[in-house]
Each structure stands twice: as structure tokens, then as C-alpha cells.
Design a protein. Structure first.
Length: 349
């Protein structure tokens, strides 16, 4: 999230240009962005404004589900672009929330890496561009536990040293995906026995968790308030930079892969500015500035030579040979999703 890996220490709150109020004024010289917390360097925001004269106004969310809920509750038409994860792009498109990028509107479209040019969640990149990608797993403070951590037992059947000291994401998709991997069942199972086992697993494991927090996942590990917890790969790199003796796990059962994307929203009040912002993020120099700050990976060609050397050897970006497969979160049909929603609601109550 900044030109050098050492600068990862900067607070994401300070890195945001502005916080959008519910009744923010719309102006032609603005682009209004709905974004994850702690996920864009101030230098990049300033660079865009200096080059274009367009002010970047940012509001934040802490999960894909809260993004969707906010837009459904009436925020659509307030923002120009948003930054949903892979599966959420497909959901938002099915809900009619995304505008279409017409041929020729993105002058830097050719800079999208070939592997991310035609993803299953947005075939042909009709509505989105790649932002950053990485993995979701968990980390363990090695001062608290020295045993094997490359197993989802750490979260769902933890050793004594970690019981009652685990932070989980407040994110249904990622928690459910890891739990399904732990049980070896499909993410969108319709089998009653499998769903019952999933519910039982989560309810039993809950006694060992101290919190459901996504936006403070790094902070609770750095402070020692949690001895283990779900975390994004780049966030654990930051935690280590801040002095936490944490190790990122690559479970043999598998872990979650993700790609965040910038989407053009339906009814964008500053549509042209939104497209200019997306085009700006597809320039290799700008994409590299982002990756050097976040410690995640880019979906833009030409970035690798511009990256800090430390990023090439990050342990969080280099899974061991025995690691399980990385899987994307799947989108369930409406009836199946309703069952998963019920399991999640019961877990959180």
C-alpha cells in the first residue's frame, strides 16, 4: 500500500482521501468510490487528482455482504465505482447493480493480465477491472503456539493454547468456505446431512472464538488481543512489519482465493470520472504503487519489474508444496443461499 514495503505501517484510515457522508454533494469534478477499509494509499489518490483535477471521495465497507446490503438499502446512485470481491461481482450483476463498460471506453483495457481478462464472475470484463488478488486464511502468533498451523483445525478444533483466543472474520462467505473445506463438503451443498454437520461444526467451534472482526483483524493480532485469527495474506505481512510474531497458514484442506475488482455502478452520478479512475488503475506504474503498499498481487501486466524486491519473497505469497488448493467462494442458488444465511444468522446470535 505504498512505494516501499516498510511503509505498509501507514494507517488505512489516514490513507483515505475523504469519508463520504450519506448526503454527499455530487459534482463533475468528483469520483465517488465505495471501497474496502485500509486498501488504497494516499499517494495514489493524490496522484489521480493531480493528473486529472478530479477529487476522490471514498466511503468504506468491511465485507462483501455489507457492500451489497448498503447498495440494496438505497446507496445505489450515490457511488460511481465500488470494489467488490469476485463472487460479489456476479451477485451484483444479477441484481442489476452494474453498468456496462462499452468498447473503447477503457483505453488501458489491454493492460489487464491475460489470466484475469475473462474471469468466470465477469466474462469478458464487461463490468469490472482487476484490482488486487490474494488469499484468505489465518495466522497464528508463534509466541502463543509453536505446533503445526497448516490445518483448519486451528480455527474449528483448536489446540488448548489457542482456545478462546481466536478472531474470525465477520464475513459469511469466507467463514463458510473455510468451514466447508474443513469438512470436505461442497460450498453450496444441498445435502441435509452435510448442512447439519456444517451448522454443528460452527456452533461447536464458536466457543473458542473471542470475536467476529474483519476491519481489526490485523490489529488484534498485533496487540495480542487474539493469538490466532482469520486474515488476508497482505494484512499478515503488515502485522509482521509491525512487530507481531505471526505466521500465515496454508492449510492442507485448502484456503480461499480472492480477487477484488473495480466495478462501474449503475446510475453512477459521475460515470465518466469513474471510468477515468478505472483507467488510471490499469496503468502499470499506478498498479505497482498499489501492490507495493498492499502487499497483494496485481492483475495488470507490466507490474512485476516495478515491485519492491521484498514482495517477491513474501512467505504469504509463496505457499508450500503441501498446501491445499486455493478456491474461490462460490455463488449458491437463491434457495440454497437462504439455508446458508440461516446458519450464519444462528452463528452470530
Amino acid at each position: 500500500m505504498k512505494p516501499t514495503l516498510n511503509s505498509i505501517l501507514k494507517s488505512g484510515t489516514a490513507a483515505l482521501a475523504l469519508t463520504l457522508g450519506a448526503n454527499a454533494a455530487v459534482a463533475d469534478e468528483q469520483v465517488v468510490v465505495y471501497h474496502w477499509f485500509e486498501y488504497m494509499p494516499q499517494e495514489l489518490v493524490d496522484k489521480f487528482t493531480e493528473e486529472t483535477g478530479i477529487e476522490v471521495v471514498i466511503d468504506t465497507f468491511d465485507s462483501n455482504e455489507s457492500l451489497l446490503a448498503s447498495l440494496k438499502a438505497g446507496a445505489l446512485g450515490t457511488y460511481d465505482v465500488a470494489v467488490p470481491g469476485d463472487y460479489m461481482v456476479a451477485i451484483m450483476n444479477s441484481e442489476g447493480m452494474l453498468d456496462t463498460l462499452e468498447e473503447g471506453e477503457l483505453t488501458n483495457r489491454a493492460n489487464i493480465s491475460e489470466e484475469w481478462a475473462n474471469p468466470s464472475f465477469d466474462p469478458g470484463r464487461q463490468h469490472s477491472i482487476p484490482y488486487q488478488w490474494g488469499s484468505t486464511s489465518f495466522a497464528v502468533n508463534r509466541d502463543a503456539y509453536s505446533g503445526d498451523i497448516n490445518t483448519t483445525d486451528i480455527l474449528f478444533n483448536p489446540p488448548t493454547e489457542l482456545q478462546g483466543r481466536i478472531n474470525m472474520f465477520d464475513s459469511q462467505g469466507e467463514v463458510m468456505a473455510l468451514a466447508s473445506l474443513h469438512l470436505g463438503i461442497p460450498q453450496c451443498s444441498t445435502d441435509r446431512a452435510e448442512l447439519s454437520a456444517l451448522n454443528d461444526l460452527l456452533q461447536e467451534a464458536k466457543q473458542h472464538w473471542i470475536s467476529f472482526n474483519s476491519d481489526t483483524a490485523k490489529e488484534v493480532l498485533v496487540s495480542g488481543d487474539a493469538a490466532a485469527g482469520m486474515i488476508y495474506d497482505g494484512f499478515n505481512a503488515k502485522a509482521r512489519e509491525e512487530g507481531a510474531n505471526t505466521e500465515y497458514a496454508f492449510p492442507t484442506q485448502g484456503y480461499v482465493a480472492w480477487m477484488d475488482n473495480v466495478v462501474l455502478l449503475e446510475d453512477a452520478p459521475n460515470r465518466e470520472n469513474g471510468i477515468r479512475f478505472m483507467d488510471f488503475l490499469l496503468e502499470p506504474e499506478n498498479a505497482a504503487m498499489l501492490t507495493n503498499w498492499t502487499a497483494y498481487a496485481s492483475g495488470v501486466e507490466g507490474v512485476t519489474p516495478l515491485l519492491d524486491e521484498a514482495l517477491r519473497t513474501l512467505p504469504e505469497a509463496n505457499p508450500p508444496a503441501e498446501a491445499g488448493a486455493a478456491v474461490f467462494i462460490e455463488v449458491c442458488d437463491q434457495e440454497t443461499q437462504a439455508v446458508y444465511d440461516t446458519i450464519w444468522t444462528n452463528l452470530k446470535n
